[in-house]
Design a protein around this ligand. Structure first.
Ligand code: URA
Length: 441
């Protein structure tokens, strides 16, 4: 193909002819288009965008660049995707919760990226849990018990991975058509019939304000629908970390606690809303009825029972669902960060907490590095709480003193306490605000 002409067309704001994008993706995946030309085209798209037809063709070409999963016509498979945040342990409880509501859930997940944690890493902290199922075992398990969670194989949408790495180093990540095609192509390759997107919004998310989160939610839903899938998106709060714990084993602990009816309210609210949206798509009932069903499945213990079935089906210790404290290895050494002055907690920068946990050993500083699953932090206050000088803000669980030292500056700068008159007897009311900020169907 004439790659230079292809790049010039997009540079000058033109539209690619049908078939051209598919040929370009194929040639790039085979190494026949050099990275400098692909990067030039990405930058042209960054400035001039893609039409709806171009976006569809590009997304499908990425999805079909490697293996694709197929579950046949009998099951309606529902998948969920989060745009990533700090303390986002939702998948761990949502997958069994949605399955307990009668859905078939096939969840493909990735490891941590940047300052955000990854579901695969969190699941590694359950002794024996197999995080990488073969395609056959993955399909069989979904058919048998209604759910499975597995790490992406590198053979799924491989061209997407190549483009993503290039975007990462050429300043072309924040482009709406490139983000939408990147996410939706992986979901299409995963073979589900319906997708629910959890678009995180706030200082700890990709999308920092409501307007851009809404634009991404609309883009993801309309692209998925144009490719014949059912889709919905929720916009959820990521102005501060989700829940109390951030780390790996500690997030599994919190997910179990929520299914035991004890965990923090924000995690329960977001999981119920996402399950409601999934049930609504999968069973054709209203979102509100889906949420009612999800709440019931937590309260009657069937979601926890399903989590145990999922863990055991993947070789893990099912008693993590009964005694998570004794099954999970959580670092026993702890350090408590106290407030320097009194006032209202105005901000808890999720990004800074995520960076701190990474330096504590809970995330990767380099590609392929092994991580310390036992470390993590617990937020002892949330935004809006009133504190005095000396009030504990954060409990850090660590295994290495030097890493603790490296991480502390990130934890310290995460908290902004405003010197203002403030009534600590109202701290409990903070939890009453809503963490689901919008919905796109
Ligand atoms: N997540 C993805 O998978 N792709 C993007 O482009 C951005 C976030």
């Amino acid at each position: 193909m004439d790659v230079i002409g292809f790049i010039e067309k997009k540079r000058d704001g033109g539209a690619h002819a049908p078939g051209e994008l598919e040929a370009f993706v194929r040639a790039f995946a085979l190494g026949k288009v050099p990275e400098y030309q692909a990067a030039a085209w990405l930058m042209a798209v960054y400035f001039n965008g893609l039409s709806d037809e171009e976006l569809k063709e590009f997304t499908l070409a990425l999805a079909r660049s490697g293996d694709t999963m197929s579950f046949g016509d009998e099951l309606c498979i529902v998948d969920k995707h989060s745009t990533g945040g700090v303390g986002d342990k939702i998948t761990l409880l949502l997958v069994p919760l949605a399955a307990a509501c009668g859905l078939s859930v096939a969840k493909l997940s990735g490891p941590g990226l940047g300052f955000t944690g990854g579901t695969v890493d969190k699941l590694e902290s359950i002794p024996g849990f197999n995080t990488h199922l073969s395609s056959r075992d993955f399909l069989n398990q979904v058919t048998r018990i209604g759910c499975a969670i597995s790490g992406h194989s590198a053979d799924l949408a491989p061209a997407e991975g190549k483009f993503y790495s290039l975007r990462d180093v050429t300043g072309t990540v924040p482009s709406m058509p490139l983000i939408c095609s990147s996410i939706v192509s992986k979901k299409i390759a995963g073979g589900a019939d319906a997708f629910v997107f959890d678009v995180k919004c706030g200082s700890g998310a990709f999308m920092r304000d409501h307007e851009s989160a809404e634009a991404l939610a609309n883009g993801l839903v309309s692209l998925s629908k144009s490719l014949g899938k059912k889709a919905a998106a929720l916009i959820t709060d990521m102005d501060q970390p989700l829940g109390e714990w951030v780390g790996n084993a500690v997030e599994v602990l919190e997910a179990v606690r929520v299914l035991q009816g004890e965990g923090p309210e924000d995690v329960r609210e977001v999981a119920v809303a996402l399950a409601g949206a999934m049930v609504s798509l999968g069973k054709g009932i209203s979102f509100d009825d889906g949420c009612i069903l999800a709440r019931r499945k937590i309260d009657d213990g069937s979601a926890l029972e399903k989590m145990k079935e999922l863990v055991e089906a993947q070789g893990g210790r099912g008693d993590v669902c009964e005694n998570p404290d004794s099954v999970l290895k959580i670092a026993p050494e702890s350090f408590v960060l106290n407030a320097v002055s009194g006032g209202r907690v105005e901000r808890i920068e999720a990004r800074s907490i995520g960076e701190g946990v990474k330096r504590l050993g809970g995330g990767r500083m380099e590609l392929g590095e092994s991580i310390d699953l036992a470390v993590g932090v617990k937020l002892l206050v949330k935004m809006g709480c009133c504190v005095k000088a000396g009030t504990p803000l954060l409990e850090v669980r660590y295994t290495n003193g030097e890493k603790l030292e490296n991480s502390l500056p990130y934890f310290e700068k995460a908290f902004s306490v405003e010197d203002t008159n403030c009534d600590s007897s109202r701290n409990g009311e903070e939890g009453k605000r809503s963490f689901v900020l919008g919905k796109v169907e």
